[in-house]
Ligand binder design. Structure first.
Ligand SMILES: Cc1cc2nc3c(=O)[nH]c(=O)nc-3n(C[C@H](O)[C@H](O)[C@H](O)COP(=O)(O)OP(=O)(O)OC[C@H]3O[C@@H](n4cnc5c(N)ncnc54)[C@H](O)[C@@H]3O)c2cc1C
Length: 485
């Protein structure tokens, strides 16, 4: 099939399972169905290729281009000893992805608005404070008390960042990963990924520097089982009409496909918007769950210069008087990554991402250059030769970067996010993962888990229902609600 043209409708416009979205969750769900002997499925994807938020881009001027990642770049958590392995790490090994160990905390230079200023001790303190806060908050839940924001946990501990340098460290530890401010991030809810003792993988991060793009592992995996008539590209689902008997999906181009089951893998951000319309509307418990999870935004602003003038470390942290103003810098012109490329990028998150998305590239460049010149007051810095700014929040296929567990999102919401509606409408994606939300492994494991349940349902070997809770009560520790991935 030519993926760049509008495809003809499939020979039969009915399928047993219609998988909406060809990201990591959709691909792994399809693979799981195939492994279980079910091949009557179709993936419907709005883009012209598989991989979802895994989006590589050849960046830079002619002759000096390198492949950078707009979306995920790191395998976050690998494997400790003989413990459980991150399935993304396993995919990377299987498909020979080129990766490099990334030292986010050990290889960092700190700056403020007066230039270089070594406040790495403050950064180490911020790391310790965060770890203590999750312990304090976790204990409260075991004692039956309410969940709270990190800000509240810090307040109880008597910690309150006051200086721009403390704010920058707080930002690096909190906002840079969940992409929200500490007002929003739930204090007790620490993703399992980096905690092998709690069933996670390891605290290592490996960065993809593969010229085929990080997405290669998803596409290579799909190529092993997916037939061309099992995927429809370039079609955007608009209406999902469901009854107890069947489901029909109509695309913006008017293509109609009916199915016995639908697996919806859109991001939480897409579900929170009206880009896709469910008829009838989803039940209240589902709508509550969808809208209770945060959809964070994380924006990397890529710059290429003719020459490097910046830090020799992997990372640079900038403390502005305004918290969150172009704070986290990462050098790709680094010995392990792309030496000689002249590429550096700065990451903004949350409200700064939304702010940046409504600026022109020229305006963004002017603001970013102002910060670089503050970091290097004694250096003459030329304008970049190339700049690229991805937009996630305003993109109707994502509506943000990844989900974040805020204090008002409780485990019952997580169950309800992944629960089936009317035994036919299934949900999977990074956001439905209780343990690994936000990460690729969350999407992978949810695709696998729901694919397994779907197969059992279709083959009459298991229930067609992933149960929901009719009313979400207060937060509980993970252990009392953990039933699945
Ligand atoms: C900037 C950024 C940085 C990140 N960094 C990391 C990282 O370093 N490590 C990590 O593990 N994770 C990272 N993530 C998160 C990771 O990308 C996600 O967890 C994962 O890709 C989600 O996969 P998914 O299958 O759940 O969803 P998606 O990848 O979003 O797949 C859903 C698919 O549905 C399609 N779609 C949407 N609407 C429609 C429609 N109406 N009709 C048809 N198709 C539609 C989309 O095009 C998409 O292909 C990052 C994400 C971003 C954006």
């Amino acid at each position: 099939q030519d993926a760049t043209t509008t495809p003809a409708p499939p020979a039969s416009n009915h399928t047993t399972v219609l998988i909406l979205g060809g990201g990591m969750a959709g691909i792994i769900a399809a693979r799981t169905l195939h492994e279980q002997g079910i091949d009557d499925f179709v993936i419907l994807e709005a883009k012209i290729e598989l991989g979802g938020r895994m989006i590589p881009k050849a960046f830079g001027i002619t002759g000096r281009q390198v492949v950078v990642e707009m979306g995920p770049n790191w395998i976050q958590g690998t494997q400790q000893g003989n413990g459980p392995a991150n399935p993304i790490w396993e995919l990377a090994l299987k498909h020979n992805l080129t990766t490099v160990y990334s030292d986010l905390y050990g290889s960092i230079t700190t700056y403020d608005f007066n230039g270089y200023n070594n406040y790495t001790d403050t950064l180490n303190d911020a790391v310790d404070t965060f770890a203590q806060a999750t312990v304090v908050a976790g204990q409260r839940l075991h004692d039956g008390e309410v969940d709270m924001s990190l800000k509240s946990a810090y307040g109880i501990m008597g910690v309150s960042p006051r200086t721009p340098q403390e704010d920058a460290c707080d930002y690096y530890q909190i906002d840079f990963s969940p992409s929200q401010t500490s007002w929003l991030a739930s204090a007790w809810n620490n993703n399992f990924t980096y905690d092998p003792e709690a069933g996670g993988y390891s605290d290592d991060n490996y960065m993809s520097i593969d010229p085929r793009g990080f997405v290669y592992i998803a596409q290579a995996e799909a190529a092993e089982f997916l037939q061309s008539d099992q995927v429809i590209f370039n079609q955007t689902a608009k209406y999902i009409q469901y009854t107890e008997e069947a489901i029909t999906v109509t695309t913006t181009d008017g293509m109609t496909i009916s199915a016995d089951h639908i697996l919806c893998t859109f991001s939480a951000g897409v579900l929170q918007n009206t880009d896709v319309v469910f008829e009838p509307a989803l039940p209240d418990w589902k709508i509550e769950a969808i809208n209770s999870i945060e959809m964070a935004t994380y924006t990397k602003i890529f710059l290429q210069f003719n020459e490097t003038f910046w830090f020799p470390t992997e990372m640079g942290l900038y403390a502005d008087k305004q918290r969150g103003r172009y704070p986290v810098w990462q050098s790709l012109d680094h010995v392990g990554f792309f030496p000689g490329s002249g590429v550096i990028f700065v990451t903004v998150t949350g409200d700064w991402s939304l702010y940046v998305e409504q600026l022109s590239t020229k305006e963004i460049q002017a603001e970013v250059m102002e910060v670089l010149r503050a970091m290097y007051p004694n250096t003459t810095i030329p304008d970049p030769v190339d700049i690229h700014v991805p937009t996630w929040a305003s993109n109707s296929l994502y509506r943000g970067s990844y989900s974040n567990w805020g204090p008002s999102f409780v485990p019952a919401h997580s169950d309800n996010l992944r629960a089936t509606v009317d035994d036919r409408l299934w949900f999977a994606g990074e956001a439905t993962s209780l343990k690994y939300f936000g990460f690729l492994q969350g999407a992978y494991l949810e695709g696998q888990s729901v694919g397994t349940s779907l197969a059992a349902c279709i083959q009459g070997k298991g229930s067609c229902q992933l149960p929901h809770t009719s009313a979400a009560r207060n937060a509980q520790p993970y252990s009392s609600s953990l039933t699945s991935a």
